[in-house]
Design a protein around this ligand. Structure first.
Ligand SMILES: Nc1ncnc2c1ncn2[C@@H]1O[C@H](COP(=O)(O)OP(=O)(O)OP(=O)(O)O)[C@@H](O)[C@H]1O
Ligand SMILES: [Mg+2]
Length: 631
C-alpha cells in the first residue's frame, strides 16, 4: 500500500503561509506593499505587543470591490499579473497572490475596503483562512487590514516568536525601510499607541531620512545620483565619519523594492574602503533603477532577494555612484591615514614591549575616528584635504627637558618606604609642555613649542598601565605599594581557583594577596598593589583580570604568556580613567608626563593596547600657514 498522501487544503495552506509570513514584521511588510501597489498616498501601520496581538494597516488607495474581497484572500489570487509573460517584467511589489492568503490562514483577519466610486464599503472577516462574514459597512476610501492573534492557529510558529520588543523592533525596521523606499507616500508608524514616526510624503528623500533615521543622518548625508549603462543609482550615503557597527542602516531598493543584495552591499562597502575603519559600516539609502527585464524578482519566497541578469554592471554602477558622491565637492574633506590607502608616512620604531603580534603598522594607523572629528573641528573644511602631512599620529616627542618625576595620581603614600627601588623606567623626563585644556572631557590638548597634541586620555592611560605592568611582570623586582587597608573581594570559587593557577603571574605585576574559600565563594584580600595604580584602579584591574582569566569560553590558543598578557590588556582598559569623565589635573599631568617620554626601548607610546592611536598632533607651522602667517 502506498504511503504518499496528498495534503489537505488547510495543511498545504499553512505550509505555504510559513514561507511568506514567519513573524509580525513580514506581515507588516506584505500589507504595506499592498497599500503601495494600491497607489495609496497615505498609509498608517499600527501594531500592538510587537504585532502579535494586533497589526492594522490603513491606506487611502484604490480599495477593492465587494466581489473581490473574498477572492483576495485565496491563494494565487492577484490583480497584478495575468500570464507567465508578465512574470518577466514585474513593476509591482506583489505578484504572487499569496500574501493575504498566507496571513489569513494564520490569524483572525478583517478587511475593510472601499473604492472611491462606491458609497459603501465592504467588511470581510475570516479566521484561519475561512471567511466567517461578508457585509456592507460605511468606511473611508481605501483599505484597512486588521490582523489579530497572529499564529494562533500555528502554536509551533508562535512559540518561536521572540519577545514583543524584539518583534516590534523588526517591524520598525520594515516600516522604516518601506517609508524610505517611497518618500512620496506619507507613512505613519504607531507601536503600542505611540507614534514612532511620520514621513511627510513630499517626495523628498532627505525629509524621509530625517523622519526615519533622525537629524544627524539627514544632515550628514551625501546625495548620490548617477546613471550609467541603463542603471540609475539614487539616494543618500553618510559622510564617512558617520558610521555604524553593523549593517542595519544599509538600506537598498531595486526599482523601489526593498531587497537584500550582496552585490550592492559589496559595491557600497568597497567604495567606502579606506574611508571608514575596518568592521564599520556606512549609513545608506540607495535605490537602483534598471530595466524591469534585467532583474528577476521571483527568486525568494519573501521577495527579499532579486537576481540581476548582469551582476557586474550593477556592482560597477553602484560602486562608481557611491565613489563619485564620496569624492564630490560637497563632501567634507577627510584625513587619510597610512594603512587605509593614505599618504602619511609611518615613522619611528615600534614600541619595545608592544604591540602584540597581531598588531601591524596598519592597525596603528587605521582608527582615526577621534582624530578626524577633532581635526574637522579644528582645521577649516577644504584646507587639510591636500595637506594631510600637517596632521599625524604622535610619533616623536620634541627634545626632552629635565624635570622631576611626577607622582602617580592618588597613590596612597603609605607603604612607600617598603617599595623596592624602581628598576625601570627610571626618573620620568618629560619635555616641556602646557596643558591647554580638555575637549569633551576626553581629549587633552597639549601645547609644545612646535606643535599641539591631542591626547585621548583613556587610550593613553590604558597603554601606560599596560606597559608598566608588563615591565613589572618581566622585572625581578616589583614596583608594589603596600596597602594600609587591604582590598577585599568576594569572588566565585572558580575564580578563586583561577587566581591560584595564575598566582605567580598576578604577583609578578605587583599584587600581593591571600585567598580563602568559604563554600562556593572565595574571599580575596589584596594587600599590595602595583605602584602605578591607585587602589580603585587596582581593584578594578584585579577583579577584571581574575574574571578574564577564568573565562573558559575563550580558547587558549596562544602561548601561556601571551594568554596572560592578552587578559592583562583587556583588564588595563577597565582600570584606565574613562573618556567623557572629569579627572583632576594631576591625573592628566601624570599621564602626559609618561606619554611624552620615550620608553626605555627608545620608542614612544603611539597606540593603546587595542591598536587605537593615543594622540595626534598638528604642527605649529601648519597652524601658522592656515592663518596666512607662513607661506
Ligand atoms: N491594500 C489593498 N488595496 C487594494 N487592493 C488590495 C490591497 N491589498 C490587497 N489587495 C488586492 O488583493 C490582491 C491579493 O493580495 P496579495 O497580497 O495576497 O497578493 P499580491 O499582492 O497580488 O501578491 P503577493 O503575494 O506577491 O503580495 C492583490 O492583488 C490586490 O488586488
Ligand atoms: Mg501583496
Amino acid at each position: 500500500m502506498g504511503k504518499i498522501n496528498v495534503l489537505g487544503f488547510d495543511v498545504a495552506n499553512l505550509i505555504a503561509a510559513g514561507e511568506v509570513v514567519d513573524r509580525p514584521a513580514s506581515v507588516v511588510k506584505e500589507l504595506l506593499e499592498n497599500s503601495i501597489d494600491a497607489e495609496a498616498t497615505s498609509v498608517t501601520a499600527e501594531i500592538q505587543s510587537g504585532g502579535v496581538t494586533l497589526i492594522r494597516v490603513t491606506d487611502n488607495g484604490c480599495g477593492m470591490e465587494p466581489d473581490d474581497l473574498p477572492v483576495a484572500i485565496l491563494r494565487h489570487a492577484t490583480s497584478k499579473i495575468k500570464t507567465a509573460r508578465d512574470l518577466s517584467e514585474i513593476g509591482t511589489l506583489g505578484f504572487r497572490g499569496e500574501a493575504l492568503a498566507a496571513i489569513a490562514s494564520v490569524s483572525k483577519m478583517r478587511i475593510f475596503s472601499k473604492p472611491a466610486a462606491n458609497e459603501m464599503g465592504t467588511l470581510l472577516e475570516c479566521e484561519a483562512g475561512r471567511v466567517t462574514s461578508l457585509s456592507e459597512v460605511g468606511c473611508a476610501t481605501g483599505t484597512t487590514v486588521v490582523v489579530e492573534d497572529l499564529f494562533y492557529s500555528v502554536p509551533a510558529r508562535r512559540k518561536f516568536l521572540k519577545r514583543d520588543a524584539t518583534e516590534a523592533a523588526a517591524v520598525s525596521a520594515v516600516v522604516e525601510r518601506i517609508a524610505l523606499s517611497r518618500p512620496d507616500v506619507e507613512i505613519k508608524y504607531i507601536s503600542d499607541g505611540e507614534v514612532k514616526f511620520v514621513t511627510t510624503g513630499s517626495g523628498d528623500l532627505k525629509e524621509a531620512v530625517y523622519s526615519v533615521f533622525g537629524r544627524e543622518c539627514a544632515n550628514r548625508s551625501i546625495r548620490v545620483e548617477r546613471t550609467d549603462g541603463g542603471v540609475t543609482v539614487t539616494g543618500f550615503i553618510s559622510e564617512p565619519d558617520l558610521y555604524k557597527s553593523n549593517r542595519n542602516m544599509e538600506v537598498f531598493f531595486v526599482n523601489g523594492r526593498l531587497v537584500k543584495s550582496r552585490t550592492i552591499m559589496a559595491a557600497v562597502e568597497q567604495a567606502y574602503r579606506s574611508r571608514i575603519p575596518a568592521e564599520k559600516f556606512p549609513v545608506c539609502v540607495l535605490n537602483v533603477d534598471l530595466n524591469l527585464s534585467a532583474v528577476d524578482v521571483n527568486v525568494h519566497p519573501a521577495k527579499l532577494e532579486v537576481k540581476f541578469s548582469d551582476e557586474k554592471v550593477i556592482f560597477d554602477s553602484v560602486y562608481y555612484a557611491v565613489l563619485s558622491a564620496l569624492q564630490s565637492e560637497t563632501v567634507r574633506p577627510e584625513l587619510k591615514f597610512a594603512g587605509t590607502g593614505a599618504d602619511i608616512p609611518c615613522e619611528g620604531s615600534e614600541p619595545a614591549s608592544f604591540p602584540p603580534k597581531k598588531e601591524s603598522k596598519d592597525d596603528f594607523w587605521i582608527d582615526g575616528e577621534e582624530a578626524r572629528r577633532l581635526l574637522n573641528a579644528f582645521v577649516p573644511a577644504d584646507t587639510h584635504r591636500t595637506k594631510t602631512e600637517q596632521v599625524k599620529i604622535y610619533d616623536s616627542p620634541p627634545p626632552a627637558k629635565k624635570e622631576a618625576p611626577a607622582p602617580a595620581p592618588a597613590v596612597p603614600e603609605d607603604g612607600g618606604e617598603d617599595r623596592p627601588a624602581i628598576t625601570d623606567p627610571g626618573p620620568i623626563d618629560p619635555p616641556e609642555y602646557i596643558i591647554l585644556g580638555e575637549a569633551y572631557n576626553c581629549y587633552v590638548i597639549v601645547q609644545f613649542e612646535d606643535r599641539i597634541t591631542f591626547v585621548d586620555k583613556h587610550a593613553a592611560h590604558e597603554r601606560i598601565i599596560f606597559d608598566e605592568l608588563c615591565r613589572n611582570a618581566r622585572s625581578a623586582e616589583k614596583n608594589a605599594q603596600l596597602l594600609m587597608t587591604p582590598i577585599v573581594l568576594d569572588v566565585p570559587a572558580w575564580e578563586g581557583e583561577t587566581l591560584r593557577d595564575y598566582s605567580d603571574d598576578v604577583r609578578s605585576l605587583g599584587f600581593e594577596f591571600t585567598a580563602k574559600d568559604e563554600g562556593n565563594r572565595t574571599t580575596v584580600k589584596v594587600t599590595a598593589i602595583p605602584e602605578q595604580l591607585d587602589s580603585a584602579e587596582a581593584r578594578e584591574l584585579f577583579s577584571t583580570l581574575v574574571a578574564k582569566l577564568s573565562d573558559t569560553t575563550a580558547s587558549i590558543d596562544s602561548a601561556y604568556a601571551e594568554f596572560f598578557e592578552s587578559r592583562l590588556f583587556q583588564s588595563a582598559c577597565k582600570a584606565a580613567i574613562k573618556g567623557g569623565r572629569r579627572y583632576g589635573i594631576e591625573h592628566i599631568k601624570w599621564i602626559c608626563d609618561r606619554l611624552f617620554v620615550k620608553n626605555p626601548g627608545g620608542s614612544v607610546i603611539r597606540t593603546c593596547p587595542h591598536g587605537r592611536p593615543v594622540a595626534f598632533e598638528i604642527k605649529r607651522s601648519s597652524i601658522d600657514r592656515q592663518f596666512g602667517r607662513l607661506e
